[in-house]
Ligand binder design. Structure first.
Ligand code: PLP
Length: 439
C-alpha cells in the first residue's frame, strides 16, 4: 500500500522507472511518448546527457549555500543568461523553486514596489477568469479557474477577474478581431475605474493560457492595449510564462510575439526542464531601482532560492534551448502537429477547436460542435482521454476548465523540443484513437 498522498487517491499509477529522449518507461516495461512534457515541463526530453553533466559538475563543487550568506557563480551566470534573453528592460532576476513560488514572489514584488515609492494604497490585483497561476493561496486567488478555487474561496485573499482573451467562445458574431480586443481592453479599464485607478496594483495574465484553457493565445493587439491601460493608470503588468515560456511557443519568451514589455515575468517548468525544481521572476529596472533606492530589502525569501544544482541545470538547459536549431524545430514541429491534428481530428463532431503556438497545442472537446456545448462533467471525458491515451503509450494533458461556470474539456500537448517528425505523427495517431475511444 502506498504511503504517498497521491493527487488522485485510489488510482493505480504506473511506476516510472527510466526516461530517455521523448519516452518514459514504467516498471512493467511499457513505454509512453511524453506528448505533454509532463505538464509542459520536460522541454529537452529525459536523461539529456549535457544537463546531467552540468548537474554532476556542480555537485562536485557546491550543492547548497544559503543566499543570506553567499551568492554563487552558477546562480549569477544563470541570471546573466536570462537577462540577455529577456525582452529589453527586464534587467533583474529573482530565483525561486517553481511556478507558484514565482507568482507569489511577483505579487509581493509588486506590492512592496508601491510601498517603496509611496503609494501604499495600491493593493488590488486584477487577473482573468479561466486562468491558472498556481496552487498556493496567493497564486490560487489570482487564478480564475473556478473549479480549482471553489472549496478554498473562503480563505483566499480578495482578487478581481475580467474576461480572458478566448476568441473561440467569446468573440461575438460579426465582431472583428480588432473590435474584440478593444472590447476586452474596455472591460479591463472599466474594472480599474470601478476599483479606483490609484488603488490597483497589478494586472496578471498568461500570454498563452495553459492549464485552464489549453493553449489559447491572445488576438493581435490585445496585449498592446492592456499595456497601454496599465501605463495610463500606473499599474504593473505581470505576465505569467510559467507554462508558455522558455521556448514553448517558438520564442524564448511568449511575450516576444506581442511586441510589448511587461514589468514582471514569471518563468519555471521549462527553465529547469524537469531536471531540477526552479523558477524565476524577471523584473524591470524601474522596480529594481525602487528597492535599491528604498529599503534595500525585498521582504521575502525561501530556503532553496538560487539553489546551485538547480541553477546549473537551468543554465545548461538555456544553453541548449538557445541553439538555433532548437526554436526552429519547435516552430516546424508545431506546424506539423497542428496540421496532423487538423487532418485527423478537425472533422470530428466532438472537436470544437484545435489551436496553439509552437509545441504548445490545445484541443477543445465539445458535445455539440455547433453550439459548442461541453460534455456533461459526469462523463469525465478528460480523464477518459488520458486513460485511453496512456493505454496507447501516449502522455497527453487533459484538463478541466470552466467556461463561465460550466465545465469544459481540453487536451494539452507540449512535447519536448527535440521531437522528430515521425514522433509527431505517432502522437497524432495515438491521440486521435484515444479521443475517438473516449467520447
Ligand atoms: N502559472 C502557470 C501559468 C502554470 O501553468 C502553473 C502550473 O501549471 C503555475 C503557475 C504553477 O506552477 P507550479 O506547479 O510549478 O507551482
Amino acid at each position: 500500500m502506498t504511503k504517498i498522498l497521491h493527487r488522485t487517491i485510489g488510482t493505480k499509477l504506473p511506476t516510472a522507472v527510466t526516461g530517455q529522449g521523448i519516452y518514459i518507461t514504467d516498471s512493467e516495461g511499457r513505454s509512453y511518448i511524453d506528448g505533454s512534457g509532463g505538464a509542459a515541463v520536460s522541454c529537452l526530453g529525459h536523461n539529456h546527457p549535457e544537463v546531467l553533466d552540468a548537474m554532476k559538475a556542480q555537485m562536485g563543487r557546491i550543492s547548497y549555500a544559503h543566499t543570506s550568506f553567499f551568492t554563487t557563480d552558477i546562480a549569477e551566470r544563470l541570471a546573466e543568461q536570462l537577462v540577455a534573453l529577456a525582452p529589453k528592460g527586464l534587467d533583474y532576476v529573482y530565483l525561486v523553486s517553481g511556478g507558484s513560488e514565482a507568482v507569489e514572489a511577483a505579487l509581493k514584488l509588486a506590492r512592496q514596489y508601491f510601498v517603496e515609492i509611496g503609494q501604499p494604497q495600491r493593493r488590488h490585483i486584477i487577473a482573468r477568469r479561466q486562468s491558472y497561476h498556481g496552487n498556493t493561496i496567493g497564486a490560487l486567488a489570482t487564478g480564475g479557474n473556478a473549479w480549482r478555487r471553489e472549496q478554498f474561496k473562503p480563505i483566499l485573499p480578495e482578487t478581481h477577474h475580467v474576461s480572458p482573451c478566448y476568441a473561440y467562445r467569446d468573440m461575438q458574431e460579426g465582431e472583428s478581431l480588432e473590435a474584440y480586443a478593444e472590447r476586452l481592453a474596455a472591460e479591463l479599464e472599466a474594472k480599474v475605474i470601478e476599483l479606483g485607478a490609484d488603488k490597483v496594483m497589478a494586472f496578471v495574465a498568461e500570454p498563452v493560457v495553459g492549464a485552464t484553457l489549453g493553449a489559447v493565445g491572445p488576438v493581435a493587439d490585445y496585449f498592446a492595449r492592456v499595456r497601454k491601460i496599465c501605463d495610463k493608470y500606473g499599474i504593473l503588468l505581470i505576465l505569467d510564462e510559467v507554462m508558455c515560456g522558455m521556448g514553448r511557443t517558438g520564442t524564448i519568451f511568449a511575450v516576444e510575439q506581442e511586441g510589448i514589455v511587461p514589468d514582471l515575468v514569471t518563468i519555471a517548468k521549462g527553465l529547469g526542464g524537469g531536471y531540477q525544481p526552479i523558477g524565476a521572476v524577471m523584473l524591470s529596472n524601474k522596480i529594481y531601482r525602487a528597492f535599491a533606492d528604498g529599503s534595500g530589502l525585498f521582504q521575502h525569501g525561501h530556503t532553496y532560492i538560487g539553489h546551485p544544482i538547480a541553477a546549473a541545470a537551468a543554465s545548461r538547459v538555456i544553453e541548449i534551448l538557445t541553439r538555433p536549431e532548437m526554436m526552429a524545430n519547435v516552430v516546424k514541429m508545431g506546424e506539423r502537429l497542428q496540421a496532423g491534428l487538423d487532418a485527423t481530428l478537425g472533422q470530428s463532431p466532438y472537436v470544437g477547436d484545435i489551436r496553439g503556438r509552437g509545441l504548445f497545442r490545445g484541443i477543445e472537446i465539445v458535445a455539440d460542435k455547433d453550439t459548442k456545448q461541453p460534455f456533461d462533467p459526469a462523463r469525465k471525458i478528460n480523464s477518459r482521454i488520458k486513460m485511453e491515451a496512456m493505454h496507447r503509450g501516449l502522455m497527453c494533458y487533459p484538463m478541466r476548465g470552466t467556461i463561465d461556470g460550466i465545465h469544459g474539456d481540453h487536451v494539452l500537448l507540449a512535447p519536448p523540443y527535440i521531437i522528430r517528425p515521425d514522433q509527431i505523427d505517432l502522437i497524432v495517431e495515438r491521440l486521435g484513437d484515444a479521443i475517438r475511444a473516449a467520447v
